[in-house]
Design a protein around this ligand. Structure first.
Ligand code: NDP
Length: 231
């Protein structure tokens, strides 16, 4: 049974990834920072023996270390870094940006996917599929930025794209593909009610893209239809 590890698995796209991969028969390591406050995830795990729930605030070095020790030697086919924050949309227009919130967004969206890759690449290298997926966004594309604003979120995803590109080079020698995924504009707490896709539609497409990933795709930023988003 292939194994997927998902961060931010308690709600939004992360939770739907858990649901769909578990339904497909994968072993799912569902990570979230507050399992006791994750009723939907706990319910899913109770009903599906192939889901285990793990405590992981991705910014918490001690929690990452404990989990890495628990999972030492376990093959992980896909490490999916889905956890992310946008920062408050009202506080990222020109003239409104503040350092503290910006640094939080960069910490969660840029630094922690890298630390997760460092901590769990050995597990991925042991697996058959050997994929790391980092959730990016079209909003991190410089080419796609025709409207300005959203400084905190845009800069964090643009930086994540560069982190991913370097990791794709560095992990090639272990045979690991490191890809960036755009999930579409999705109706979640982050995406809001006007998003174009339901979580079900988004995750169905993300899974299709991941199923088609080959080593030649490492370093790419994949749009929801599988095409490449320009940097
Ligand atoms: P949600 O706001 O619905 O969920 C965010 C998830 O990230 C939650 O599970 C949250 O956990 C988790 N998270 C945040 N900070 C941490 C942390 N420090 N440690 C562990 N988990 C954390 O967002 P989405 O599901 O919409 O987004 C998922 C990913 O997709 C993000 O990376 C986002 O940037 C990206 N994306 C989303 C788009 C959309 O339209 N929705 C578009 C493009 C990209 P908690 O409940 O504990 O806060």
């Amino acid at each position: 049974m292939p194994t997927i590890m998902i961060t931010g698995a308690n709600r939004g796209i992360g939770l739907e990834l858990v649901r769909q991969y578990a339904a497909d028969g994968w072993e799912v390591l569902a990570c979230c920072r507050s399992p006791e406050n994750a009723p939907e995830l706990k319910q899913l795990a109770a009903a599906n023996g192939n889901i285990s729930v793990h405590l992981l605030d991705v910014t918490n070095a001690q929690q990452r270390k404990v989990l890495a020790a628990q999972l030492k030697g376990k093959p992980i086919d896909i490490l999916f870094n889905s956890a992310g924050v946008s920062g408050s949309w009202s506080a990222q227009g020109f003239g409104h940006c503040q350092a503290e919130e910006w640094l939080d967004v960069l910490h969660i969206n840029v630094v922690t996917p890298m630390l997760m890759m460092q901590d769990f690449a050995a597990n991925v290298a042991l697996s058959e599929r050997k994929i790391i997926a980092n959730m990016s966004s079209k909003m991190g594309s410089i080419a796609d930025n025709t409207s300005g604003g959203s400084y905190l979120y845009r800069s964090s995803k643009a930086a994540l794209n560069m982190v991913n590109k370097s990791a794709a080079h560095d992990l090639a020698r272990k045979g690991i593909s490191v890809v960036l995924l755009h999930p579409g504009w999705v109706r979640t707490d982050m995406g809001g009610p006007n998003g174009e896709l339901s979580v079900e539609e988004s995750v169905t497409a993300l899974k299709r893209n991941l199923a088609n990933v080959t080593f030649a795709d490492s370093g790419r930023l994949l749009d929801i239809d599988g095409s490449t988003i320009p940097w």
